[in-house]
Design a protein around this ligand. Structure first.
Ligand SMILES: [Mg+2]
Length: 219
């Protein structure tokens, strides 16, 4: 069924104040991260290949420590309120991350049950190093966010993001909220977007657009 609206939201550096996944890779696979991350940012190496290589360098017995790496990181203000507003108005709110599923769900805590779905990279720890299991990979990205969007069809798709992994979903979305590096990529491609700092900004914007109660006036 096609919804009227759906929201697709990145996790790292978007829901979280800082990049938990990249920071984890730099901590647990430092040599590979130093070499590969700049190549990804320069779009010279695919996310699929680069992230897989970095993850496979991490020993499986360090996985628990790796997913706990995001524990101290703050969630950006207004996130819980926006999730609840979307629920109240039957707008699917989908978290889609190129990071680790276990890390995302752990960080979201009870909010993982309040969003419509969480898509991210699943990890198999049965071998000596991490093995990637990603049902929505497409050869370019480990989690092809555009493929995830097809699972939740909507006439007005909102993309919320901050970086490289959000570029493709932003290009196909009807409405984009961008911060940081994503703004530069979208400027280069002439794609319109709204700049944002926290989820209160997005909440106010969508409330005005969609006729929701103004967040400050909501009960
Ligand atoms: Mg991000």
């Amino acid at each position: 069924m096609t919804s009227a609206r759906a929201i697709f939201c990145d996790f790292d550096g978007t829901i979280t104040q800082t990049e938990t996944f990249v920071d984890m890779l730099r901590t647990f696979a430092p040599a590979e991260a130093d070499r590969i991350i700049p190549q990804i940012h320069d779009l010279k190496r695919s996310l699929h290949d680069g992230v897989t290589t970095m993850l496979q360098a991490i020993p499986s017995d360090r996985y628990e420590a790796a997913i706990a790496h995001a524990d101290p990181v703050q969630i950006r203000p207004g996130f819980a309120e926006l999730v609840e507003a979307a629920r109240a108005h039957d707008v699917p709110f989908v978290v889609v991350s190129g990071g680790l599923y276990d890390m995302v769900v752990r960080k979201l805590g009870p909010l993982a049950e309040r969003v419509t779905a969480v898509y991210a990279v699943h990890i198999d720890t049965s071998g000596s190093t991490l093995q990637v299991r990603s049902p929505f990979s497409d050869g370019q990205e480990l989690v092809a966010k555009v493929e995830v969007m097809r699972e939740h069809p909507a006439r007005e798709r909102v993309a919320i993001g901050d970086s490289t992994t959000d570029l493709q979903m932003s290009m196909v979305a009807e409405r984009v909220f961008a911060r940081r590096r994503l703004c530069d990529y979208l400027d280069e491609r002439g794609k319109a977007y709204t700049r944002w700092q926290d989820f209160h900004d997005i909440h106010h914007h969508l409330a005005a657009l969609w006729g929701w109660p103004c967040p400050s006036e909501a009960p």
